[in-house]
Design a protein around this ligand. Structure first.
Ligand code: SAM
Ligand code: SF4
Length: 341
């Protein structure tokens, strides 16, 4: 294997992290993501096969030393035989001989059944989405009565050995912002890092407005009133800013809380991520309006060199950052579940 090439965008950021959507389908219908009905799913033939995904990921890992892969969707665990894909990805080797770090973002509803298998196949880190601890509100937000299954999924993930287990909560004003402190307490009590996400304009029903965004500053202030906090120094390329509870020691379970401030404090300057949609469209930003068709290359006899060239070309178009809140912002045609959050 020849020495890997750094994949550097026009603003000097090195791409290190590949987010792969394995399906656009989902067993939930979260209001901030999908409509209740009428979502048009991809035809199965249009979705990349495991072999195609593995080949694309191999090129990213071997040629460009991508060291992190996160599986997402839609809901990744609804893709049949997902552990088979994980196993294939876990066989990839970077130039230094190390396997890339493989992670997953899931709504947690099936984890009580699949956590052990996913862990054994090679996923080590997991983010589980949980926006509320109240059953009625869970039903209203996800349109599914699955709170108990998600809570048991969180326990299953801990028992399986994922490290760390993190919980993601999208905060929407007037919907679940009254639970910020309760969710923070849940993270502390469960020994899990709770990460609050600012609501982003990627919902299918276009209900997003700035008035529904609860800012990082407000989230942190509300938690700190009850559980005093101090910032944890620099997050690097990770999307979350983190704080330590003053009564907990860094490194102990549940000692920190994170906030992903995409809207009010964009972290684009540190972004090291690229994305592959379920049907093989390559995107250099969650909010990108341009995509690069990798499926056509994967299915039409392109060589690894051809695909690497297209990846390079795409990364050459990565912009400095999204412009949410500015008049120049253009909503991407795809919604969160169609991109892979
Ligand atoms: N289905 C999985 C899940 O919900 O964890 C993975 C895919 S989901 C699109 C990935 C993450 O995006 C989840 O944490 C979800 O809460 C978040 N998300 C979805 N729509 C969002 C929005 N409009 N604003 C902010 N976060 C959003
Ligand atoms: Fe499904 Fe995740 Fe979107 Fe909710 S946020 S509808 S669980 S893809």
């Amino acid at each position: 294997m020849s020495a890997p090439e750094a994949l550097i965008d026009p603003f000097g950021r090195t791409v290190r992290d590949l987010r792969i959507s394995v399906t656009d389908r989902c067993n939930f219908r979260c209001t901030y993501c999908m409509p209740e009905e009428g979502m048009k799913w991809l035809d199965r033939v249009d979705v990349l096969t495991f072999e195609e995904i593995q080949r694309f990921a191999r090129i990213c890992v071997e040629r460009f030393d991508v060291d992190g892969i996160r599986l997402t969707g839609g809901e990744p665990t609804v893709r049949a035989h997902l552990p088979v894909l994980v196993d294939k990805l876990a066989q990839l080797k970077r130039a230094n001989g190390h396997t890339p770090d493989i992670a997953i973002t899931t709504n947690g509803s099936t984890l009580r059944n699949v956590a052990d298998e996913l862990f054994a196949a090679g996923i080590k880190r997991i983010n589980i989405s949980l926006d509320t601890l109240q059953r009625d509100k869970f039903l209203a937000m996800t349109r599914r009565d699955e709170l108990d299954n998600v809570l048991s999924g969180i326990e299953a993930a801990k028992a399986a050995g994922f490290t760390p287990v993190k919980i993601n909560a999208v905060v929407e004003r007037g919907t679940n912002d009254d639970e910020i402190v309760d969710l923070a307490r849940f993270g502390r009590d469960s020994g899990i890092e709770m990460r609050f996400i600012e609501f982003m304009p990627l919902d299918a029903e276009q209900g997003w407005s700035t008035s529904k965004v609860v800012s990082q500053d407000e989230i942190v202030a509300r938690i700190a009133e009850v559980f005093p906090l101090e910032p944890v120094p620099q997050r690097g390329a990770a999307p979350a800013d983190r704080w330590r509870y003053l009564d907990r020691e860094l490194g102990t379970p549940g000692a920190t809380v994170g906030v992903i401030p995409t809207v009010t404090k964009p972290f684009c300057g540190d972004c090291d991520r690229v994305r592959l949609t379920a049907e093989g469209q390559f995107r250099t930003c969650l909010f990108a309006t341009r995509e690069f068709d990798m499926r056509v290359l994967l299915r039409n006899g392109a060589s690894d060199d051809d695909i690497a060239n297209e990846i390079r070309a795409a990364v050459g178009t990565k912009w400095a950052g999204h412009q949410i809140g500015q008049v120049t912002f253009v909503r991407p045609a795809r919604t969160m579940s169609q991109i892979g959050g």
